[in-house]
Design a protein around this ligand. Structure first.
Ligand SMILES: O=C(O)CCC(=O)C(=O)O
Ligand SMILES: [Mn+2]
Length: 260
């Protein structure tokens, strides 16, 4: 039988192991922005529990974009949760996020502890298989502020996250985001870098991604975004035009996220 001293030592060691385990981190981008990867912010058991809770309890929505007579499904399911009072205005109608649930509040606390900032909104994405994806974009909506701090938590299947510099073609990063990991993007990252989750031909299970951010104000009406037919580009593989302005469309998608 272990003496109380031995037991105490064991507990201290265990606590130390857990602390290190949770704060293990790797700097992924340190030029023109900062991207930090935390591989294990939740243990496998915690991550699995959170994944199954979110899979069943989040109000997942399938967004369809109607634009220029075409109907485009977004290649993933989404849902938006956040503080009361944060909203988008779309065609004169205010759109509200779902209120925080205990599970999302718990995950938000972990994201805030690591990021050392406060978040007031989370966009959840559910990637159902290898065809679900998000193509090259920056999270540079004005509502997120000039240099937003964005914490992205991954649960479930590992998917490959890629970053590329907007000017220096040589700067590219590929990173697998596993169950229970957190990726922190801050500083000027959104000005200088784009990111994506590419489609994969591999057989992959569901992945849930939580995108924590801080909304400064209500969104702008969609009418303020000027689109031409050349802007028509979507992150489904079928609807791709050679000429596109991905960033504009990304903003339109975000506006649609909360409308449909
Ligand atoms: O799923 C991811 O890791 C990235 C998602 C993303 O970049 C977005 O929704 O803006
Ligand atoms: Mn993004």
């Amino acid at each position: 039988m272990k003496s109380p001293v031995e037991l105490n030592e064991q507990l201290v060691k265990e606590a130390f192991r857990l602390t290190n385990f949770k704060t293990e981190k790797r700097l992924v981008v340190d030029t023109d922005g900062e991207v930090i990867f935390y591989p294990n912010v939740f243990s496998i058991q915690e991550s699995d529990r959170l994944f199954s809770d979110l899979s069943s309890n989040v109000k997942w929505k399938k967004y369809i974009i109607h634009i220029y007579g075409k109907t485009i499904p977004l290649p993933r399911l989404t849902s938006w949760y956040g503080d009361e009072g944060k909203s988008y205005i779309y065609s004169g109608i205010q759109q509200h996020p779902e209120p925080w649930t205990p599970t999302l509040t718990l995950i938000k606390s972990k994201a805030e502890e690591i990021s050392e900032v406060t978040f007031n909104s989370v966009l959840l994405n559910l990637y159902r298989d290898g065809k679900d994806s998000v193509s090259w974009h920056s999270d540079d909506e004005p509502e997120l502020g000039k240099n937003p701090v964005i914490a992205s938590i991954s649960l479930g299947e590992t998917r490959r996250f890629s970053l590329k510099h907007k000017i220096s073609q040589d700067y590219k990063v590929n990173l697998d985001l596993p169950n229970g990991s957190l990726l922190l993007m801050k500083g000027e990252t959104q000005h200088f870098w784009k990111h994506q989750i590419a489609k994969t031909a591999k057989s992959v299970e569901h992945r849930i991604q939580l995108f924590f951010d801080f909304w400064n104000k209500t969104g702008c009406p969609i009418e303020e975004i000027q689109l031409s037919s050349e802007d028509l580009y979507y992150d489904t593989w079928r609807f791709k035009s050679d000429k596109f302005q991905r960033d504009k469309i990304h903003r339109v998608q975000k506006l649609f996220y909360v409308n449909l």
